[in-house]
Ligand binder design. Structure first.
Ligand code: HEM
Length: 323
C-alpha cells in the first residue's frame, strides 16, 4: 500500500519535472547547434562595445516581445500586408530599438546552423548577453522557443503597459501575463538603466491637467531639471531613465528614485501606491538589496510567457518575416 503510494507520488513528481524541462532547457541546442550560446555572446559583446546604450534597448525589445503573443519574436515581424504590426503600436513606434542587432545575430547563427535556432531564442539570449556586457546583471536563459507568424498593433496596444497607467491597470496587465505584483515591481526596476525620448515626458511636464500643467507628484526640483533637458514640444531628445546618477549603471537606484518621486513615469510612481508594492520597493532599496537576484528570477519567468514549443510555430529564416 505504502509502496504504491510512494511510486504514484514519485511518478507524478517525475512527470511534473519532465513537463517543466520539456518546455524550455538551457541544453536545448546542445546537439543541434552546440556553439550557439557562445557565438551569440561573442556577437553581442561586439555590438555593446560599439554602443553600450543598445543593451537596455535589447532588454526592452525582449520584454515587448514577451508581453504580446508570448516570447515568439512577433515584435520583430514587419507589418503584414494591409495591416499594422507590433512595430507600429503606440508603445513601440519611434522608441523600440535593436532590430538590426538581432538581424545581424540571426544571419550569423543561420550561417552556422541553418534553420535550427529561433528568432525568439536569439532575442532572449541577446537581451541577456547585452545586459551581461553592460555589467552588473546576469540571468539564465532556458531555450527551445519557436517563432510565431502573426503580429498585430492592436494586440500590442492592448497588452503593453502605458507609462501613464496607475497601479490597478498595471497589475492587471502583468497578471494577465501570469506575473505577480512582485514580478512587476522587480521588472520595472529595469528603468534603472536606458533611455527615454522627451516625447514620453511631455504630458507629465507640461500638459498634466488644466489646474496643474506639471504633475504635482514629481519632486519639484527634479521636474525643473527634467524641463531643462526636455523643452515643451521636444519629442526627440533622449534622456536617461535614471538621470540622478553620473553614469548609466545597473543598481537598485530606481527604487530610491521611486520613493523620492524622482522617477520618469506615472507607472514608476505607481510602484509605491499600493501597500504590497511599496513594501517590495522598500526591500529593494535597503543596503545589500536583493534586486539583481530577484530581477534574474523575474526576467527568466518573463521569458517563459506564452512560449511556442515542440511542433508549434516555426523557425524563421529571417526574423522580420515568416517563412
Ligand atoms: C511597468 C510598466 C512599464 C511601462 C509603462 C514602461 C514604459 C516605458 C517607456 C515609456 C519607456 C521609454 C520609451 C521612449 O520614450 O523611448 C521605457 C523604456 C525602457 N523600459 Fe520600460 N516600461 C515598463 C516596464 C518595463 C519592463 C518590465 C522592462 C524590462 C524588463 C522595461 C525596460 C525598459 C528599458 C530597458 C527601457 C530603456 C530602453 C532604451 O534605452 O531604449 N520596462 N519603458
Amino acid at each position: 500500500m505504502a509502496s504504491t503510494w510512494i511510486l504514484r507520488t514519485f511518478g507524478v513528481l517525475v512527470v511534473m519535472a519532465c513537463s517543466v524541462d520539456a518546455q524550455l532547457s538551457t541544453r536545448f541546442y546542445n546537439t543541434r547547434c552546440p556553439n550557439v550560446t557562445a557565438r551569440v555572446g561573442e556577437i553581442i559583446r561586439g555590438h555593446i562595445r560599439r554602443d553600450r546604450t543598445m543593451a537596455p534597448a535589447l532588454l526592452r525589445l525582449h520584454f515587448h516581445d514577451c508581453f504580446v503573443r508570448g516570447c515568439d519574436a512577433s515584435v520583430l515581424l514587419n507589418n503584414p500586408s494591409g495591416g499594422r504590426g507590433e512595430k507600429e503600436a503606440t508603445g513601440n513606434k519611434f522608441s523600440i530599438r535593436g532590430f538590426e542587432i538581432i538581424d545581424d545575430v540571426k544571419a550569423k547563427i543561420e550561417a552556422m546552423c541553418p534553420g535550427v535556432v529561433s528568432c525568439a531564442d536569439i532575442l532572449a539570449l541577446s537581451a541577456r548577453d547585452a545586459m551581461r556586457a553592460f555589467g552588473g546583471i546576469d540571468w539564465a536563459v532556458p531555450l527551445g522557443r519557436r517563432d510565431g507568424t502573426i503580429t498585430s498593433a492592436a494586440e500590442a496596444n492592448r497588452d503593453l503597459p502605458p507609462p501613464f497607467a496607475n497601479f490597478n491597470t498595471l497589475s492587471a496587465i502583468f497578471r494577465r501575463k501570469g506575473l505577480s505584483v512582485k514580478d512587476m515591481v522587480i521588472l520595472s526596476g529595469a528603468h534603472t538603466v536606458g533611455l527615454t525620448r522627451c516625447a514620453s515626458m511631455q504630458t507629465r511636464l507640461y500638459n498634466f491637467s488644466p489646474t496643474s500643467p506639471t504633475d504635482p507628484s514629481i519632486d519639484p526640483a527634479f521636474a525643473a531639471s527634467l524641463k531643462r533637458e526636455c523643452k515643451r514640444g521636444d519629442n526627440n531628445t533622449l534622456i536617461r531613465n535614471d538621470p540622478t546618477k553620473p553614469t548609466d549603471t545597473w543598481d537598485p537606484n530606481y527604487y530610491s528614485n521611486v520613493l523620492r518621486s524622482k522617477s520618469l513615469f506615472i507607472s514608476d510612481d505607481a510602484m509605491k501606491r499600493s501597500p504590497e508594492a511599496r513594501k517590495i520597493v522598500l526591500t529593494q532599496n535597503q543596503p545589500g538589496s536583493p534586486f539583481s537576484k530577484e530581477f534574474a528570477r523575474a526576467v527568466e519567468k518573463m521569458g517563459r510567457i506564452g512560449v511556442l514549443t515542440g511542433r508549434q510555430g516555426q523557425i524563421r529564416q529571417r526574423c522580420s518575416r515568416g517563412n
